[in-house]
Write a protein that binds this ligand. Structure first.
Ligand code: DX5
Ligand code: ZN
Length: 228
């Protein structure tokens, strides 16, 4: 099986006045990548940061950390080049935000980034499926995008299971309300890239939480490979 367990803290719920050191802390605690939430106040009713912040983080953290940009914006086409220039590694856009996903996928690749494709809770997995062979990662949102600290939507798990069944080697990410209480559902369904905001950042022991999340996913991957 090509995919492995990867844990990506969402730094949205960290002390934003100390963003750089919070990212370093997460990486030192075992984060495999950083999930960076970009919101434009239009696609979602909240506002965060853009490519200038990403550029500063890249300068401060060096070339190694993998930046997964979760683009909750109405015009994702507009930020492909600026995000690439700022040092983003993966550009995850929402299927609901564009009329031409095929072209956007091409532009992201030409800009030298990996491609992630996200769906909101109201979007079916069948709508994502036609693009699955052209992307690096599918993101199944497990809350309505916009805010950290929301309740995990377990009814999104059939989407993850369906995708895992159809696309055995695709990276599948879950985002929203994921932590020690909900990771097992995600892992069993077949998710392998795990975004966790408040559960990791708000913990007194982020290293243990990250390790617990990774173990749950690794064990599910191993079990799935034995079952095949
Ligand atoms: C929500 C964001 C998430 C959020 C996750 O729209 O996409 O990445 O920060 O935070 P938790 O894990 O607290 O739900
Ligand atoms: Zn996110």
């Amino acid at each position: 099986m090509a995919y492995t367990a990867k844990i990506g803290p969402s730094i949205l719920s960290s002390d934003l006045a100390r963003l750089g050191s919070e990212c370093v802390r997460m990486l030192e605690c075992g984060a495999d990548y950083l999930h960076l939430d970009v919101m434009d106040g239009h696609f979602v009713p909240n506002l965060t940061f853009g490519h200038p912040m990403v550029e500063c983080l890249r300068k401060s953290l060096g070339p190694d950390p993998f930046f997964d940009m979760h683009m909750m914006v109405s015009r994702p086409e507009q930020w492909v080049k600026p995000m690439s220039a700022a040092g983003a590694n993966q550009y995850t856009f929402h299927l609901e935000s564009t009329t031409n996903p095929g072209n956007l996928i091409k532009e992201i690749r030409e800009a030298g980034m990996k491609v992630g494709l996200a769906i909101k809770p109201g979007t079916t997995v069948e709508e994502l499926a036609p693009w699955a062979n052209q992307i690096d990662m599918a993101l199944v949102m497990t809350v309505e995008p916009g805010f950290g600290g929301q309740k995990f939507m377990v009814d999104m798990m059939p989407k993850v299971s369906w995708l895992r069944g159809q696309f055995p080697s695709l990276d599948i990410e879950v985002d929203g309300g994921v932590g020690p209480d909900t990771i097992h559902r995600c892992a069993e369904a077949g998710a392998n890239m795990i975004v966790s905001g408040s559960a990791v950042i708000g913990s007194a022991d982020p290293r243990s939480v990250i390790a617990l999340l990774r173990t749950a996913v690794s064990e599910a991957i191993q079990k799935r490979s034995l079952d095949r």
